[in-house]
Ligand binder design. Structure first.
Ligand code: ATP
Length: 308
């Protein structure tokens, strides 16, 4: 693949199922070696976008280029360069991990000797035993996901799509998985990952937030925080039991407030409106500015309200 050009260029992409536009005019590019995160609620269109970039679905309109090649007409050329760990199906449950890897390798025309050498290296990289005797259906969720990652990397692709790779796994597995993702990027791979976990999104170089088929925000985590929160969120702690009434007063004033444990987290771009709404409760709470999180950004971006 060629250096110095974006590895993925998506322009005005539309993917329709009948009259329904699952992807509705999406444009973005992904740089080589980047960890690019795709976030969005269920049904936002993330998987459909990925499947189109991988050449599994055809665009209804617009263009998708991978390494300068139009994906629709160059799927065979590009297939060896792309790895895809899909959300639902990557491994055969009745086969062992080793059998799955041999099957996956054979689909890419690898010889048994090549598969053996590559499996050995990969399992070492991932930290899994090559000789797990049980069929995949008997393995824990975390081990299954690691094995699925191995399967998607077997043919040594430069561009790897991971569709919710950590969904439903333990915090330890998530941490291990992200350590592997970072190492893949250090090795020069481009990683395109979807997640619902906002803490994971912090590890991405850039993030696209998708909502109902459209990208509603795109940038580094820092850029998105600055874009959506030029005025920092507030954290309110209570010395009197006013939380419920205060929250109602804020919401009546159109100010978003969410309960976080013993605090209220408040997005109040208009500080005068905040002061006015909270005036009757003065003395009942203390307030401090906090850094926005990506969860704040996500909620702000998909709420349809004007960014603060
Ligand atoms: P999730 O986080 O739940 O995986 P997503 O953002 O990946 O969601 P998609 O799977 O891309 O979303 O789905 C986008 C929309 O397109 C959804 O409304 C879904 O029901 C619809 N959709 C996806 N595939 C098809 C299909 N083959 N036929 C009809 N509708 C589809």
């Amino acid at each position: 693949m060629t250096e110095n050009k974006p590895i993925i260029r998506v322009k005005d992409l539309v993917v329709s199922f009948g009259a329904f536009r699952a992807v509705d005019g999406v444009s973005f590019s992904v740089r080589r070696g980047e960890i690019f995160g795709f976030l969005g609620a269920n049904g936002a269109g993330k998987t459909t976008t990925i499947r189109t970039i991988c050449g599994i679905l055809n665009p209804s309109a617009g263009s998708v280029k991978v390494d300068g090649h139009d994906i629709s007409s160059s799927t065979a050329v590009l297939k060896p360069h792309i790895g895809y760990m899909s959300q639902k199906f990557t491994l055969y449950p009745d086969l062992t991990v080793r059998e799955n890897l041999y099957f996956a390798g054979s689909l890419y025309g690898m010889t048994p000797a090549q598969i053996a050498a590559r499996s050995h290296k990969l399992m070492d990289f991932i930290g899994l035993s090559e000789d797990l005797p049980d069929p995949v259906s008997h393995l824990s969720g975390g081990v299954k996901q690691m094995a699925a990652l191995a399967s998607s990397l077997l043919h040594d692709p430069e561009l790897v799509f991971l569709d919710e790779p950590t969904a439903g796994t333990s915090p330890q597995t998530r941490a291990s998985f992200w350590a592997l993702i970072r190492r893949l990027a250090e090795l020069g791979k481009t990683v395109f990952v979807t997640t619902h976990y906002m803490d994971e999104a912090e590890y991405c170089g850039r993030i696209a937030l998708m909502e109902r088929g459209k990208i509603v925000a795109l940038g580094t985590p820092q850029e998105l925080k600055a874009q959506f929160f030029p005025v920092k969120p507030l954290e309110l702690s209570f010395s009197k039991p006013v939380a419920h009434a205060l929250r109602q007063a804020l919401e009546q004033a159109g100010i978003s407030a969410a309960v976080f444990g013993t605090h209220l987290r408040v997005r109040a771009p208009d500080r005068a409106a905040f002061e006015q709404a909270t005036a009757p409760f003065r003395g009942g709470f203390s307030v401090r500015e906090t850094e926005p999180t990506l969860e704040d950004v996500f909620l702000q971006a998909v709420s349809g309200r004007k960014a603060v």
